[in-house]
Design a protein around this ligand. Structure first.
Ligand SMILES: [Zn+2]
Length: 130
């Protein structure tokens, strides 16, 4: 095992299932199974941490093609968070309530599947995890 890495044991059944999924999703260049599992698990943990931190008083209300509306029970209001597509094809999120792109509402939106649906509809790739 290379320095800085640890092996993890999964069942052959799960390995087969994951490999089939990766081959169907990325027919030309399926990523290594270990890369995929790490990415999915870290993504899950990051979203779960955001939800545990903000989840008790924030909830998804609705969205249109450019904006996600969050109910903020702490401030007793619905907060619009705009998805801004930049010229270079990247995106930014802008909270209309705080007038900034790094508040707790923006952090919450990153954990919502509705946000990723909007990006997909606009043909924008989410940032990859580091
Ligand atoms: Zn905000």
């Amino acid at each position: 095992m290379a320095r800085g890495y640890t092996s993890i044991v999964i069942s052959n059944e799960n390995k087969k299932r994951i490999e089939e999924y990766l081959k169907s999703k990325y027919p030309e260049f399926p990523p290594p199974i270990s890369t995929f599992i790490s990415k999915v698990v870290i993504d899950y943990i990051e979203k779960d941490e955001v939800m545990r931190q903000y989840g008790p008083y924030m909830s998804f209300v609705s969205n249109n093609e450019n904006t996600i509306f969050i109910k903020d029970a702490k401030n007793d209001r619905v907060v619009p968070v705009r998805v801004v597509i930049k010229e270079n094809g990247q995106f930014d999120l802008f909270c209309e309530f705080d007038e900034r792109n790094d508040c707790m509402h923006v952090g919450f939106v990153f954990a919502l599947p509705e946000f990723y649906k909007i990006l997909k509809e606009k043909g924008v790739k989410p940032r990859s995890l580091k």
